[in-house]
Design a protein around this ligand. Structure first.
Ligand code: CMC
Length: 429
């Protein structure tokens, strides 16, 4: 017998179905509540609202668990590549060799941008933010593939997904080169996904960038660890846009704007800026911790806290270990890593952070790896967006294939003025 919850409103009892997920997560289905009672539910910031059922990513925030399609993030980080993981997230299973080869070939075949798109880059000022360029260029590139603009078509979805994943990397590298006044470097089909990106970022027309395997692997890992994270702000944005049956590229362009914000993907830049400031000031970070605890200051400890994790973010653990490993292999040190570790130690022993269960999130250490790789600060959030692309695409696919999925349209409780009459201009004070 299916379980129900009972809700009493003004003496009347409403029976609401209980929905259970495959990992035992429970929800009360209130989709018929307004129709039956006239009431809606109010959940500012959606902290307690399940907006969909999804089979892509599972997070247990209390225990610090993250799995893509059931596979623990730790296993994927150790054994898989970003492209393999992207396939898993989008298509629901690990690819066999034929599937992986086909998908990799599609990525290679779609790595170039239409030559006319290069002129679009000319229209941006040199100091344009790469996230603005990325979002604009994703939309612009769809104009060169008219099929993308048509209705969802299962037959060509793999191609569209590969096209987006591949082109976004080329757009990102071109945007960086343009912002530095450097000549554009075209992709090389011999390189795999991440190596090709590094080549387009750092090669010169007269000299190829030396691809160190440790650096390629570290960036591949960064992409992989960002590949999906269930219903976060940008992914919910994809689903919102896709629910209107907008195309994949339009949905992804919107998600890039959502992830840009400092409370979301933009936090990786802010963390490094914070660590640099601590370094320059020569203090121990206690000023930042004090400001983060003072609500009036308007500051937060960037790279700390998470809506879902009430424990150490498993991605942060992997990245922290990778930071030590990469710097050791490269025989380098970074004072910011020492500062970050001390800051973490201080925060984790501070009652403010303990009581609120605030731990380092994915952004706390990712900037330090990106610095070691040579990624410039203004490109950090772009790396997050490149990595998150498979998750956005998989969520788009779920919406498009969803049985009876409706347009996303939350309700509100109106708190503005009640009816008032229009005052002619001459009568207004
Ligand atoms: N520094 C200081 N206080 C914090 C922080 C922080 N980083 N994060 C949360 N709090 C406080 C918050 O003010 C609230 O205090 P109180 O109970 O006294 O009102 C309490 O902790 C609980 O906050 P919450 O409900 O857990 O926070 P949220 O779910 O509304 O916001 C967050 C989540 C990630 C936006 C927030 O923790 C934050 O702003 N962190 C810093 C920015 C950051 O690192 N963002 C990257 C997130 S991970 C990558 C991604 O998914 O984008």
């Amino acid at each position: 017998m299916s379980k129900v919850a009972k809700l009493e409103i003004e003496g009347k009892i409403y029976e609401l179905p209980i929905v259970e997920g495959s990992e035992g997560e429970k929800a009360v289905d209130i989709s018929q509540l307004r129709q039956q009672s006239g009431y809606i539910t109010l959940d500012d910031g959606y902290g307690n609202t399940g907006s969909c059922k999804s089979a892509i990513t599972f997070i247990d925030g209390e225990k610090g668990i993250l799995r893509y399609r059931g596979i623990p993030i730790e296993d994927l980080a150790e054994k898989a590549s970003f492209v393999e993981t992207a396939y898993l997230i989008i298509f629901g299973h690990l690819p066999n060799s034929a599937e992986l080869n086909r998908f990799s070939d599609l990525l290679t075949q779609n790595e170039m941008l239409h030559e006319d798109l290069k002129f679009h880059f000319e229209g941006f000022p040199p100091n344009a933010h790469p996230m603005a360029i990325l979002s604009a260029m994703i939309n612009a590139s769809s104009c060169f593939h008219q099929r993308i603009l048509g209705p969802y078509d299962d037959e060509v979805f793999e191609l569209q997904a590969a096209r987006l994943i591949s082109k976004v990397r080329t757009i990102a590298a071109f945007a960086f080169r343009k912002s530095r006044g450097l000549p554009i470097i075209y992709p090389k089909p011999v390189y795999k996904y991440t190596a090709n990106f590094l080549h387009m970022m750092f090669s010169q027309p007269f000299q190829d960038y030396e691809l160190k395997p440790e650096i390629v692997r570290a960036l591949d890992l960064i992409f992989l660890l960002h590949a999906d994270h269930e219903q976060n702000c940008s992914t919910a944005t994809v689903r919102m846009i896709a629910s209107s049956k907008a195309n994949l590229f339009a949905s992804a362009a919107g998600a890039v704007c959502a992830i840009w914000g400092p409370l979301h993907g933009g936090a990786n830049m802010e963390v490094v800026q914070m660590l640099e400031e601590i370094h320059r000031g020569g203090d121990d970070g206690s000023r930042f911790i004090a400001a983060a605890k003072d609500k009036k200051s308007g500051h937060k400890l960037m790279g700390f806290g998470h809506r879902v994790y009430r424990n150490y973010d498993p991605r942060a653990k992997i990245i922290k270990a990778q930071c030590d490993q990469l710097l050791a292999v490269l025989k380098r040190t970074d004072p910011l890593l020492d500062i970050a570790k001390k800051l973490e130690e201080a925060a984790l022993h501070d009652s403010y952070f303990i009581e609120r269960k605030l731990y380092p999130n994915v952004d706390f250490y990712s900037g330090i790896i990106m610095r070691a790789i040579g990624i410039p600060l203004e490109m950090f959030t772009v790396m997050f967006a490149i990595g998150r692309m498979p998750g956005w695409i998989a969520n788009y696919k779920e919406i498009m294939e969803g049985q009876g999925s409706r347009i996303y349209r939350p309700r509100q409780i109106y708190v503005g003025p009640t009816r008032q009459s229009y005052q002619p201009l001459a009568d207004r004070k």
